[in-house]
Design a protein around this ligand. Structure first.
Ligand code: HEM
Length: 182
């Protein structure tokens, strides 16, 4: 049985200045560490109308050259009142010596993505390398995800989607801020 009071010997760090120190290969992405929250909008040609959502995204590390990524979203109405849970996903961003990123991301909708791309100058651009689908998952062919860290501490996120017979096109965009405001 799991002893829930036991202190984990290797806890994840959420900030670059806490222990363990980030691995040197995390240098292009240390600006992402922490928890981000914000509002976004989404659409897709197959959907009858656009939607608004809020999202919480966390990047952490344990001293090795990869990030742990976790994101939860929920739909909101025009006043920001939560309507229902929406997409969740989690995964691992493996950092390569040349600034390359290999990200493995899974979703409870039966979709597993492997994405490749680069992190440099506060921008991370990831595109699909492979998608695996559970037998009853929606037909997702590819995605592209771009994250841009701005000097004012915001993280902009744009997500394009090629799915259910549609070409790669806009699904989501959001502006996130650090939860602790730092
Ligand atoms: C912030 C994250 C996301 C939000 C808020 C979101 C929201 C939505 C909403 C509201 C719908 C309409 C169906 C429904 O009401 O549930 C939808 C459909 C869909 N989404 Fe997303 N989504 C997100 C992320 C993703 C990701 C990461 C993928 C794929 C990798 C994805 C793929 C799809 C697909 C394939 C559909 C179905 C389209 C159709 O069958 O017409 N979504 N999404």
């Amino acid at each position: 049985m799991i002893d829930r009071d036991r202190h984990h010997p290797y806890p994840d760090a959420l900030r670059p200045d806490e222990s363990p120190a980030p691995h040197e290969l995390l240098a292009p992405v240390t600006g992402l560490l922490g928890t981000w929250v914000g509002r976004g909008r989404g659409q897709y040609p197959t959907l009858p109308e656009a939607f608004a959502y809020e999202q919480e995204v966390t990047f952490s590390h344990d001293g090795r050259p990869f990030l742990h990524y976790e994101a939860r979203a929920w739909l909101v109405d025009g006043d920001g009142t939560p309507l229902r849970p929406a997409a969740r996903e989690s995964g691992w961003w493996r950092m390569k010596p040349d600034g390359g990123v290999e990200a493995l991301i899974t979703q409870p909708t039966g979709i597993a993505e492997i994405m490749v791309g680069r992190a440099e100058d506060g921008t991370i651009d990831l595109a699909t390398h492979a998608v695996a689908l559970a037998p009853t998952a929606k037909d997702v062919e590819a995605t592209r995800r771009r994250y841009t860290l701005a000097d004012d501490g915001t993280l902009d996120f744009v997500h394009d989607l090629a799915a259910v017979g549609q070409p790669l096109g806009h699904h989501l965009s959001a502006r996130l801020r650090r939860e602790d405001g730092k």
